[in-house]
Structure formats: structure tokens, C-alpha cells
Design a protein around this ligand. Structure first.
Ligand code: TXA
Ligand code: MG
Length: 320
């Protein structure tokens, strides 16, 4: 069931249920992070391998002290101060309060304070940290509306809290604060440039772990539509398929007219707008019955562009 009743959502969480929640990045599949059985249920519903750790969501900075081991690194405080609440997950050493299943046995935990007002209220009402992966079946495109969640997981969860369309539209950026200099483990809703600016140095970016990993969710085929997707920056590829009615285009910005399916990620050259539209359009095109192939254009390589390209690369079966 989809609804906007935060009180009901909080009660379900307290009872040990797993529910869909909105965040500013993507929808999450949330449950009490302190209860191993609840967390096991999250893995089962998502069909997620247990080697892929979950992010823990909080609403108050003081919760971090309970969930982590002292002392928190300076980089944690700098980044939390700059970007929380917001699309940033910070990896720190975990305390014993967090069951091992949450972190897939790692001695670290990824923590995020989401900015979505309904989720903040939910977190305060239920008084618990929430473990929440993106609310999609493992390997599929992350959901950015409550309906997306309902269509795929609706029959397995009692409630989906509807917070409208996600405004960031890309998962959080993940930064490992347990190392110096810090390391970016996943590109996401906050650009590498912004993180560098806050820190006063350029962090290492290490997002390419293919099979084992510090960010195990970063398997190379992830966020994938069911349909074949080609990622390219070559205009002649678009030219070649221009009149093929079974091929849909995702263009970065205002392109040439096309008589068939085409989605434009941004109309005013805004990386934030492009990010917000990416998963929404990918799903839309993936669900069109007469489309056999999606061709997507690479985003420019700055701001949120690299995060957009990262998701498109993982969705692509071919890069031209
Ligand atoms: O924006 C987001 O982060 C969304 C919303 C719901 O908050 N959540 C999300 O969760 O994208 P998920 O489960 O789809 O991706 C979480 C990823 C894992 O796959 C893993 O790569 C990384 O976070 N992660 C979690 N804990 C970690 C840890 N202790 N060390 C390294 N990476 C970790
Ligand atoms: Mg995910």
C-alpha cells in the first residue's frame, strides 16, 4: 500500500516490518538497523547477496557516536558539517550496536543523514537508525517514485511512504573516512569537486571494484535495465538509428528533433536536472513494449556528469 502516513510508517518500523521510504536520492527499503532479523528480511526481499553491505540512515548527529567507534576522524566532521543532511554516505568504524549482517561482516559502516523532510520526521518518530538499500530488486534501476517501488516490491512489503519524486535522483556519494586521504567509493549526488572543496584537497577516487570490494555494491553490471543499452558520445551512432522506431534515445541536452522516442536529460544544461531525470527516463523507456534498444549519450565530465556516466556505464551492454 502507498500512502503519506508517517505515523503509520514509524509504527510499522517499530514492529519490525520492512517498508519503502522516500529519500532525496532514491527510494529505500527500510527497517530497524539494530535488529539482525529485520535486516535479514531486507536482504531477502531485495534478493541481495549478503556480501553487499547496507547504509544506515540517521536524523541526529549524536546517533553517529553510538553507531561508530571513537574517535571519529576529522574528515568525518568536515564532510558531515558541509553536506548533511544530504546525498552523502560516510564510512566510519562501526560499533558493536550494529549487527554484522548490516555491514556484511566489515568492521566499518556507511552512515547517511537524508534530507527528505518526511524521512527525517519518520526517523525522529520511530527513534531508530534505519538500514536501507535502494528499494529495487538487486541489479535493477533504483526507484525514484513510490510507484516504482510498488510495481516491483509492493506485494512483499506492507507500506510505501510516498514522498513524491526524488529530487536528486542518483544514489548518495560514498566516502570512506577511515583512510587518510579519504577515498570516494561511489560517485553520487554530491560531485567530487564539491567534496574536494570542502576537504581542501582532492580525494582518491576508487570506485572500480569489480568483484570483491570495499564497496561491494559496485559490481560492474548494476542499475541495469532489462533492455540492451548502448552508451556513446558519437553523433554518428545516433544518426545511424535515427529512423528506427524500435530504438529510443536518451540525450544529455537539447538535441535534434526525432520522430521516435527520445528523452532529454536537461533542457537548461543543468547536471542536477539531468541526474534527477536519469533513472526516471531509463525506467520509462525500459517499460515501453515496442522499444528493443536504448542509446544513451554520455554526460559532460564534470559536476554530477561522472556519476551519471557511472550509472550509464553499469547499465550499458556496449560502450561505443
Ligand atoms: O542514496 C543512497 O545511498 C540510497 C538511499 C536509499 O539512501 N541507498 C543506497 O543503498 O544506494 P544501496 O544499498 O543500494 O547501496 C549501498 C552501497 C553498497 O552497495 C556498498 O557499495 C556501500 O553502499 N557500502 C555500504 N556500507 C559500506 C561499507 N561499510 N564500506 C564500503 N561500502 C559500503
Ligand atoms: Mg542500490
Amino acid at each position: 500500500m502507498i500512502g503519506k502516513n508517517i505515523q503509520k510508517a514509524a509504527e510499522l518500523i517499530q514492529k519490525g516490518e520492512v517498508i519503502g521510504i522516500p529519500t532525496e536520492t532514491v527510494y529505500g527499503l527500510a527497517g530497524n538497523a539494530l535488529n539482525a532479523q529485520v535486516v535479514a528480511k531486507i536482504f531477502a526481499i531485495k534478493k541481495r547477496p549478503t556480501f553487499d553491505p547496507l547504509i544506515v540512515h540517521i536524523s541526529d548527529l549524536r546517533q553517529v557516536e553510538l553507531l561508530s567507534k571513537p574517535r571519529l576522524p576529522e574528515s568525518f566532521y568536515i564532510l558531515a558539517r558541509h553536506f548533511w543532511p544530504g546525498p552523502l554516505t560516510l564510512v566510519v568504524k562501526k560499533s558493536d550496536l550494529i549487527p554484522d549482517i548490516v555491514t556484511s561482516g566489515l568492521d566499518t559502516v556507511g552512515i547517511r543523514m537524508p534530507a527528505h523532510p518526511m524521512t527525517q520526521q519518520l526517523l525522529r518518530l520511530c527513534g531508530l537508525p534505519l538500514a536501507a538499500p535502494s528499494a529495487n530488486p538487486f541489479g535493477y534501476i533504483s526507484p525514484v517514485t513510490a510507484e516504482h517501488v510498488a510495481r516491483q516490491l509492493g506485494d512483499q512489503i506492507p507500506y510505501i511512504l510516498d514522498g513524491g519524486r526524488c529530487q536528486i535522483g542518483l544514489e548518495s556519494t560514498i566516502v570512506d573516512c577511515t583512510v587518510t586521504p579519504v577515498r570516494i567509493l561511489r560517485k553520487g549526488g554530491i560531485s567530487v569537486e564539491k567534496i574536494a572543496e570542502a576537504l581542501g584537497y582532492s580525494p582518491e577516487v576508487q570506485t572500480h571494484s569489480t568483484d570483491n570490494p570495499k564497496a561491494p555494491g559496485m559490481l560492474s553490471s548494476h542499475y541495469a535495465p532489462r533492455k540492451k543499452l548502448i552508451l556513446t558520445d558519437k553523433e554518428n551512432v545516433f544518426e545511424q538509428y535515427k529512423y528506427d522506431a524500435h530504438v529510443a534515445f536518451i540525450r544529455y541536452q537539447a538535441p535534434k528533433e526525432r520522430p521516435f522516442e527520445q528523452r532529454i536529460l536537461t533542457t537548461d544544461n543543468s547536471d542536477a536536472q539531468a541526474a534527477m531525470n536519469l533513472f526516471y527516463y531509463l525506467r520509462e523507456l525500459d517499460e515501453l513494449p515496442n522499444i528493443h534498444l536504448i542509446i544513451a549519450e554520455k554526460a559532460p565530465n564534470h559536476g554530477l556528469g561522472p556519476a551519471i556516466n557511472d550509472r550509464l556505464q553499469r547499465a550499458a551492454s556496449e560502450i561505443l
